[in-house]
Design a protein around this ligand. Structure first.
Ligand code: ZN
Length: 291
């Protein structure tokens, strides 16, 4: 799932390739991704791209129509969505309703180029809004402060007001925007805090440690990701992880075995020695199997 660093890199790449060029065509293969009707994809055609940016985990392409009106495409890549830039897009139209992972194609940038929004798997959650102003998208309007913009004191106030565990707080976009399952694992590992620790129970020193871990993990990941070709981003994200997705591997800090907790349809990882004083957290899936 693309999080703040990957979406920042995607926005950066598209900015370099598309700003100042005209949207030549928009093909929609999966109508279900479109969450708005008017303006529609046809309103983007002929518009000049003015900016490409990241808001939380959302990718936003801003353009201006020939009539001088603002129009924006807001994209939530969700869990299995991706943006794939192509130096040579096929000119044949996309076939709607096919089995292809391509949901929407935008011909933009230098002639022949553009990008596909793709989604793997059967759970279709990729979402695209076409709006005059991104603030019209309710999910964007309800985002908490950005993880890279929030101050240490604002962050402390957010934690103090929360009734949730740290893992939940970090991933809640309405509380703090940009972090998902992978980077929350990494941030908690760097801060040496349990994912199940109570947010409001942290002392001032632990709040500072968590804040600094959040900034350094995200800054480092953005620095590694921005400038990469979109195609290599997923591998870059995986290679930078200390605990996330590394169940059974040694922790790079202390050598203990990275453990996993499974909840519902997702799992997360942590290091017992670094984060929970050696305690192995109950894994619902495992306990069910052992019964
Ligand atoms: Zn460790």
């Amino acid at each position: 799932m693309p999080e703040l660093p990957e979406v920042a890199a995607i926005a950066d790449y598209v900015r370099g390739a598309a700003v100042g060029t005209t949207i030549r065509r928009v093909d929609v293969a999966a109508l279900s991704v479109l969450k708005t009707y008017s303006p529609g994809p046809a309103d983007l055609v002929g518009a000049e791209v003015t900016d490409s940016e990241r808001i939380g985990k959302y990718f936003v392409l801003r353009a201006r129509t020939a009539a001088g009106e603002s129009v924006a495409m807001v994209v939530h890549l969700s869990r299995a969505g991706w943006l794939r830039w192509s130096a040579k897009l096929p000119s044949t139209p996309l076939r709607p309703g096919g089995k292809s992972p391509i949901a929407l194609r935008v011909h933009v940038g230098p002639p022949g180029q553009g990008f596909d929004l793709t989604e793997a798997g059967t759970q279709k959650r990729l979402a695209v809004w076409i709006v005059r102003d991104p603030a019209e998208v309710e999910m964007l309007a309800s985002l908490g402060p950005d993880a890279l913009a929030v101050s240490r004191d604002e962050f402390a106030a957010i934690l103090a007001a929360s009734r949730s565990q740290l893992k939940t707080v970090l991933r809640d976009q309405r509380v703090i925007a940009g972090i998902g399952n992978a980077y929350s694992d990494e941030i908690l590992h760097t801060a040496r805090l349990s994912p199940f620790a109570s947010a409001k129970g942290l002392n001032a020193e632990a709040v500072t440690r968590l804040y600094e871990a959040m900034r350094s993990e995200l800054d480092d990941a953005v620095a590694r990701s921005v400038g990469q070709h979109v195609a290599t981003l997923k591998a870059e994200k995986r290679s930078g992880m200390a605990v996330h997705g590394r169940t059974g591997s040694p922790c790079p800090v202390c050598g203990d075995t990275v453990r996993e907790v499974s909840l519902y349809d997702r799992s997360f990882q942590y290091c017992p020695t670094c984060q929970t004083g050696g305690k192995i957290l109950a894994d619902r899936r495992m306990s069910r199997l052992l019964k």
